[in-house]
Design a binder for this molecule. Structure first.
Ligand code: GZL
Length: 341
């Protein structure tokens, strides 16, 4: 593993880290453990310093994604991890990236909450000579060289898979020609996941003149907002045949709303539910029948990020786009996955 630059750089980095740790402790008290996951302030000269800005803790998926990062960037693996939780705010991510730059970390990795608004801070990282790796979501920037690699799912394909799962369900029900009324709970507006999943699903929906999308609404990837918006939609629309929910957390809330409205979710009920993420508790609902199909979104991206950094440490080329594996879970194949959980 490459040693950090000159002695002067290591002394500078140690001083910055010590100052950041003391400042962080003074300003945020209990967050210190969360902010400095991966080790004490002391800088071991052989460690590669990685600054990670995570969106927040909005969903079960995000928690698993964070765990995959903290699991791999350990001192035993040769890393010093500075981990910062942005609590769903882009300005907190920009502050985190600027603190990583001032601490002269070796690499920056982050999951951008939305695609817009990153050009300036990523140019600052580039000018500081710090490579940036995108996790999960993408950025829309004028200069693609502002980041070296992106690791994540194929969101458009995820959306297409959701549309195809709905086609198969309606075929099983003999409803291919029936008029189908659909509502969509979307994730955070402007996020790559919401944009891609919507685009993919719409590419299938437009093939069906008998499908009508009554409304698409941002429910922020959270259970509370999912329930709130589904209650509103159930009140507004007499007959909803299908719910497309862009993550399991929103689905959990929507299922509450459906039950409170006296309706039944599932292929043998009133509302077909198609979800995304395929977290364990949602897969149990696939097996039980409330959720007809759940499109996996692999949260285990930490090892992909570490592989990119290791290649860069060894001066090897890295791919710009690195896709994670995923599949769709239905009643047919869910048991096999649950047995592995
Ligand atoms: C998907 C990720 C999304 C998940 C949500 O890669 O961006 O954000 O689907 C999470 O659970 O909040």
């Amino acid at each position: 593993m490459r040693r950090l630059g000159s002695v002067k750089r290591r002394v500078w980095l140690f001083a910055c880290l010590l100052f950041a740790v003391l400042l962080s402790a003074a300003c945020t008290g209990g967050d210190l453990a969360e902010e400095e996951a991966g080790g004490e302030a002391k800088q071991d000269e052989n460690l590669v310093v990685v600054g990670v800005s995570q969106i927040g803790s909005e969903s079960v998926w995000r928690t698993a994604n964070t765990a995959s990062i903290q699991r791999v960037f350990t001192k035993e693996n040769g890393y010093f991890l500075i981990f910062k939780n942005a609590r769903q705010k882009q300005e907190n991510q920009i502050k985190a990236l600027r603190s990583f730059i001032s601490q002269r970390v070796d690499y920056i990795a982050f999951s951008p909450i939305t695609e817009q608004g990153w050009d300036t801070v990523l140019l600052e990282a580039k000018e500081a000579g710090i490579p940036v790796i995108l996790i999960d979501r993408k950025v829309k920037v004028r200069d693609e060289s502002l980041y070296v690699a992106w690791i994540g799912p194929d969101f458009v394909n995820e959306g297409r898979m959701a549309g195809e799962a709905l086609e198969e369900c309606l075929k099983r029900q003999g409803r291919q020609e029936e008029s189908i009324r659909i509502v969509v709970l979307q994730g955070t507006e402007g996020s790559t996941s919401a944009i891609g999943r919507s685009r993919g699903f719409l590419s299938v929906a437009k093939e069906h003149q008998n499908w009508s999308i009554l409304e698409q609404v941002d429910a922020e990837f959270t259970t509370a907002k999912g329930q709130e918006e589904m209650e509103r939609l159930l009140h507004k629309y007499e007959n909803i045949d299908v719910l497309i929910s862009q993550n399991d957390d929103m689905t959990f809330g929507a299922l509450e709303a459906i039950q409170k409205a006296g309706k039944k979710a599932g292929e043998d009920g009133d509302i077909i539910v198609i979800s995304f993420d395929a977290v364990k508790n949602a897969l149990k609902l696939v097996e039980e029948g409330s959720i007809t199909a759940d499109v996996e979104c692999n949260p285990n991206q930490g090892e992909y990020v570490e592989a990119v950094i290791r290649k860069m440490e060894n001066h090897e080329n890295v791919a710009k786009l690195n896709f994670v594996e995923e599949q769709v879970f239905t009643a047919e194949n869910v048991r096999e996955r649950l047995e592995k959980e």
